[in-house]
Ligand binder design. Structure first.
Ligand code: MN3
Length: 202
């Protein structure tokens, strides 16, 4: 089996005006597609690895991946996993509620404080990468990862994530990363985040 580009559970224009349709089309149809294609190319000579899930390839700092393709799988497997995760965390009009609400309030004091810390983390990220809310040893934590590095390689379970590569926002927001970060908080799928949190706690 080779890896395939997942279909989005919504139309490209559904996140307007926070993320524009053109950005979604390029981001999913071109960027994510390229990660999938390059991951498949990297695994071409490794039929055993083609049978693994992408999270299995990335686990424990890519332990099962041979040295000669480690960088390619870190970048393109990471890109495939991170984007597959990211599409599902985007949705308009869900409510901050459930176990994730309680856990965020308990850990960070309030939603506003969480938003501030998450935004500061994303603002401070130099170059390309991601900002995440993860569960690390059963504790919520905000982290950045460079490039397409995935939290699961560090044994941290993503609850929600934010793509801070310029390709995620540049068409609409140009250099105004702060506006993009603010927009993101209107399209977090809290149902999905809550489900991710409940699964991670198991
Ligand atoms: Mn991206």
């Amino acid at each position: 089996m080779t890896f395939t580009l997942p279909t989005l559970p919504y139309a490209y224009d559904e996140l307007e005006p926070y993320i524009d349709a053109k950005t979604m089309e390029l981001h999913h149809g071109k960027h994510h597609k390229t990660y999938v294609d390059k991951l498949n190319a990297a695994l071409e000579k490794y039929p055993e690895l083609q049978k693994k899930r992408v999270d299995e390839l990335l686990a424990i700092n890519l332990k099962i991946v041979p040295e000669e393709i480690k960088t390619a799988v870190r970048n393109h497997g990471g890109g495939h996993f991170n984007h597959g995760f990211w599409w599902l965390i985007l949705k308009k009009d869900t409510k901050f509620s459930g176990e994730i609400e309680k856990a965020i309030n308990k850990k960070f004091g309030s939603f506003d404080k969480f938003k501030e810390l998450f935004t500061n983390s994303a603002t401070s990220l130099f170059g390309s990468g991601w900002t995440w809310l993860v569960l690390n040893n059963n504790e919520l934590e905000i982290i950045n990862t460079p490039n397409q590095d995935s939290p699961i390689s560090q044994n941290k379970i993503p609850i929600l994530g934010l793509d801070v590569w310029e390709h995620a926002y540049y068409l609409k927001y140009q250099n105004k990363r702060a506006d993009y970060l603010n927009a993101f908080f209107n399209i977090i799928n809290w149902n999905q985040a809550n489900q991710n949190y409940k699964n991670a706690k198991k």
